[in-house]
Structures are given as C-alpha cells and as structure tokens.
Design a protein around this ligand. Sequence first.
Ligand SMILES: [Zn+2]
Length: 271
Amino acid sequence: MRGKLALGLIGAAAVGGLFLAERMRPLRRQTRAPAPRVARNVAMGALCQAMIAAYETPLTDAIAQRNQRKSRGLQGGIPGIAGALAGFLAMDYGFYLWHVATHKVPFLWRFHRVHHVDADMDMSTAIRFHFIDMLASLPWRMMQVRVSGVSPRELAIWRAFFFGSILFHHSNLRLPNGLDRRLATFLTTPRMHGIHHSQRRSEMDSNWSSGIAIWDHLHGTFRDTPPQTAICIGVDDAEAEQDIALNAALEAPFRTQPARQSGSSGVYSHQ
Ligand SMILES: [Zn+2]
C-alpha cells in the first residue's frame, strides 16, 4: 500500500514537473488560448478514463490473469526476463500497428481525427480522444494482451510506461540541443511526435510509434524533419476548425466526413 502511494506521488510529481517544464521551455509557439484548450482536453480525457475503467481495465486484467495461470502467449512461452521483454515489445509493436490502422482505416480515422484536430500540442493533447475510440480499440487491445502473454504485473508496468510516454511525446517540451535527437533513436520524443501531428500528409504519415521508437526505424517511417517552426499542427480539412470544440468533437465521428487533403502541401489555416 505504501509502495503504491509512493509510486503515485512520484507519478504526480513527474506529471506536474512536465506541465511546468513545457511552459518554461516551449518547443512550438502555441496559437490558441491555453486554458480553454486544456479544460476541453481534460474533459475528453475524463470521459475516456471512465470508459477505460469500465471496460478496458477489467477485461485486459482478466486476460493477463489467465496469461499468468496458463503461461501462454509470448511472455509465457519464453522463460525469465527474456519473456517479460518479449511481452513488452509485443505490446509496444501492437500499438504501432494500431496507430497506423487508425490513420488508414476510414472508420477508425473518424475517431482518431478528433485527437489530431487539436491545433496546438501539449500534455493535454495526449488525453484528447473520443471516448468511443476506447471501445473501438478494445478488441485489438485485448488481442495485444493475449498475444503478448503479459502477466498482471507486467501489464501494470506497461500501462505506466505507456501513459508516461504519451504525456512526454505530446508535450510541448523543448529538450536541450541534441538530446531529443539522441532519445529518438529508441524513444518517441516531442519533436518526433510533433512531426506526426503536422497537417501535411507526408509528415503525418510518419513517426507512428507511441512508446519505443524502434518500430519507425525498422519500418522506414521515422522522420526528423522539418523543424518544429515549419510545422502547422492539426488536420487540413474543411471542418477541422469547428471540430476543436467539445460538442463538435464528440459529434464529429458520426457525421459525413470532410475530404482530406491528399497531397503533401497541406493547408496552413492558421499561420
Ligand atoms: Zn495519429
């Protein structure tokens, strides 16, 4: 119990520190008033968390318990630390593949678009998702846990790593010169993910990793250009601006979808 409290306090301190750091060392110039953006994103994150607590957590925990009892999946089939590592890598690679699918499958893009519509990026963007997205991704998430074979303990470690990773790489934190580039050889970084949030399709279709960055390097989808000052964050369709608002964002997946720009030029709507 004390250990959990200590971990909770460390986590809260890390989140608070990152929140302050991204304001003291901004990576990109923000174009919108921060308070309403953050409030809106936190509200969307709270809806997602309710869905996760109601469905994803109990279902994936049950699968992880069966993994442990039956020694199944990648982790169950490989003894010791190598098995734990294999399970971790399988979970992470599953997220890479899922992220590609959310951009390439029109039904999934309806929901993922709500995340990308945010016209600025900071830690709060990491939790700006449509709550139905948490249901749409649930079958894949359950399969990830089953195939990876992670135990309840490894799944808990994975969740903490993944949540920390998405907060970090969505943040607007400008790391010291060279550090971001060195980190990007193995971890998804703020510069790397900023390129993925570009309106330009050629830039958005890169840097799909959500945890470790090795998958982008292996698949040839890693990009470290352009510089952040040349990126316009968001989505370049006719309804992106209106869908930033909370109600519009929640309705957006259920409307006829606006045409996406298919070229590499993008439409820079707020520069
Ligand atoms: Zn994306």
